[in-house]
Design a protein around this ligand. Sequence first.
Ligand code: NDP
Ligand code: 8X3
Length: 254
Amino acid sequence: MSQQKIAFITGASAGIGEATAVKLAQEGYHLILNARRADRLHILKTELEDSFGIKVFLSIFDVRNRDEVSTAISSLPDEWKKINVLVNNAGLASGLASIEEGNIDDWDVMIDTNIKGLLYVSRNIIPLMIQYQTGQIINIGSIAAKETYANGNVYCATKHAVDALNKSMRIDLLKHDIKVTGIHPGAVETEFSIVRFKGDVERAKKVYEGFENLVAADIAEAIWFAVSRPKHVNINDLIIMPMAQAQAGIIQRK
Ligand code: NDP
Ligand code: 8X3
């Protein structure tokens, strides 16, 4: 494999992760792509390798499963272990309910994926970055990492935790020259709302009606901006909103 840089992207089978894979492949990165849906990742691998002449390694695991995460990362072939960029993107909202009516299984899946999953992946990849003296971590937060909105309670709490981890990682990893960047999007039309509403596509569509939402490629561009800065520059935090969205719950619809 040639000496191009390597990026590891979690949640690359859809949405922002997939768009980031396309953008980084266009820019010549070799990619390690993670998600649970292997069929989608196999198709993406073929497309990216054929279109951009880069190499893709698939790492199929559930970020919530601590053993799967450590086995997958420790068994990466040696030529894939020098990871320059980790994009901690896998995440979800499950449900939208007032706190007293919240479904505790929904709470568990959000906490396990958005917080614990991000931690498991980071804990396994950071030692490789330290060993190879290279690295940048991009943590995908949300406007929900900065603000709360009605019925968003536990999702917002998980993303506030990502914001705290982003800031903490930056302090702890300073001594290792590892950059840490938080990317915080507002409303992006992906499978996010379909997942939040458990397959209710009609309800999901309504989230994006009457205004121009962001698309996943907008966020991929921002990630590329952060990744492509010179060595002495770090983008600590970016909040990226649709023009029609002033705050988490405040959208101007026509
Ligand atoms: P999508 O639902 O389109 O994509 C989510 C990705 O995460 C999929 O590839 C999914 O793959 C993966 N994923 C989910 N759970 C797991 C898991 N347990 N293990 C491994 N992979 C997993 O949503 P988005 O692209 O919108 O979301 C990406 C990130 O952006 C999330 O962290 C989300 O919170 C954040 N975000 C989204 C916003 C939006 O408006 N869309 C705004 C702000 C932040 P698979 O199911 O195959 O495992
Ligand atoms: C996703 C955006 O506003 O639905 O993180 O929380 S929002």
